[in-house]
Design a protein. Structure first.
Length: 360
């Protein structure tokens, strides 16, 4: 058993609307339309409650959070309440005036996603013409406004050859941090798995490229690397452990332990409009369902790493094993692990597949 601490971070999903149509979109399969979004007063109240609960970081996310006109007001309230504010954005809707307004509101950090190292790949994957060049321009505005910049590069079979170019792009943009993340296959990404799955050779080459870049850029730019689950031997500590560090609030105010938790049947999600956030975090059914280790089955229950990886990813167990209490099939001790490797090899050999784009 572990004792429950206050959450470190809140992911505020202000909207599901987005100008991009990425084939690995991490938003739920059922997107909420603008009419279901909560208003400014609601989110200001959420920020106040989160600060009282002890949240230190707030990530404004979506969809595309810059579609919300009240974004500067929300950032201002968060920083007034002592939270460090981060914006997770595609950047394609921003310009100099908007960047200045966000900086003046107290925004400390901006994470800009890139889909490739050039316009042809980037615009094709996001299905947004002119997006790649716009992202470059906005990233420059971010550093010029003295905000920290993270470049987020989601990688897969159709852009892994551009990984060295994406690292060079992050360097050229003077990013403080580069996050290289292989696609996680649940939700919408699962529908595009065959088109996105890297080959083992690509995965091994990427490992070497990342290791060399980390050594070369030590002290200048930090690089976080999320390995591809289907080729891993031990699962990642998803969300820093279920209900331990993070909470996620959807555009309609429901509070989730992770962005994909709605894929798990039997969870009930409280709405911060009807129950205090503190009560939801400590007592909510969804947060307590997979918190700690009591819910674990074998081989997790007797594993020496159970309080390190906290069982891996519950949403992945649901997507592949069909049960959220199963051992994450990424784990080498899962009975499904070999089948997972076979699936990866088979799908990675399918050539350049067409994407099923994400549209609201
Ligand atoms: Fe939900 Fe991993 S994405 S627990």
């Amino acid at each position: 058993m572990n004792t429950v601490s206050a959450p470190l971070a809140l992911m505020a999903e202000l909207t599901h609307r987005c100008p991009l149509q990425c084939p690995y979109c991490s938003n739920p399969l059922e997107l909420l339309k603008a009419g279901k979004e909560r208003d400014t007063a609601f989110w200001l109240g959420v920020i106040d409650e989160a600060a009282a609960l002890g949240v230190l970081q707030i990530h404004f996310s979506g969809g595309e959070p810059t579609l919300r006109r009240d974004l500067p007001e929300l950032i201002k309230r968060a920083t007034e309440r002592g939270m460090y504010a981060n914006l997770i954005t595609s950047a394609v809707l921003l310009d100099e005036a908007k960047i200045q307004a966000l900086a003046q509101a107290g925004l400390g950090h901006v994470q800009v996603s890139f889909q490739g190292d050039n316009s042809e790949t980037g615009d094709r994957i996001g299905n947004y013409k002119g997006g790649h060049e716009k992202k470059i321009a906005v990233a420059r505005l971010v550093t010029a406004a003295n905000m920290s910049l993270t470049i987020n590069a989601v990688v897969h079979r159709q852009n892994l050859e551009e990984l060295p170019g994406m690292i060079a792009l992050a360097e050229a943009l003077d990013a403080d941090r580069l996050e290289i993340a292989h696609v996680q296959y649940h939700g919408w990404a699962l529908r595009n798995r065959a088109a996105l799955m890297p080959t083992r050779a690509q995965f091994e080459a990427a490992d070497e490229i990342v290791a060399a870049a980390r050594a070369r850029l030590k002290g200048r730019m930090s690089i976080d690397y999320v390995v591809p689950d289907y080729y891993a031997a031990i699962p990642k500590t998803c969300m820093g452990g279920w209900g331990q560090k993070l909470l996620n609030i959807s555009p309609d105010g429901r509070v989730l332990p992770c962005h994909a938790a709605e894929t798990i049947p039997g969870l009930s999600f409280d709405n911060v409009g009807t129950k205090p956030l503190q009560q939801i975090w400590y007592e909510g059914q969804a947060f307590n369902r997979f918190r700690g280790t009591d819910w674990m089955e074998e081989p997790c229950a007797s594993c020496a790493l159970k309080e390190t990886d906290w069982g891996g990813c519950r949403c992945q167990a649901m997507a592949i094993a069909g049960r959220a209490t199963a051992t994450d099939p990424v784990c080498q001790f899962s009975p499904l692990h070999t089948a997972l490797n076979t699936t990866a090899a088979t799908e990675a050999a399918t050539g350049i597949g067409a994407f099923i784009y994400r549209r609201l």
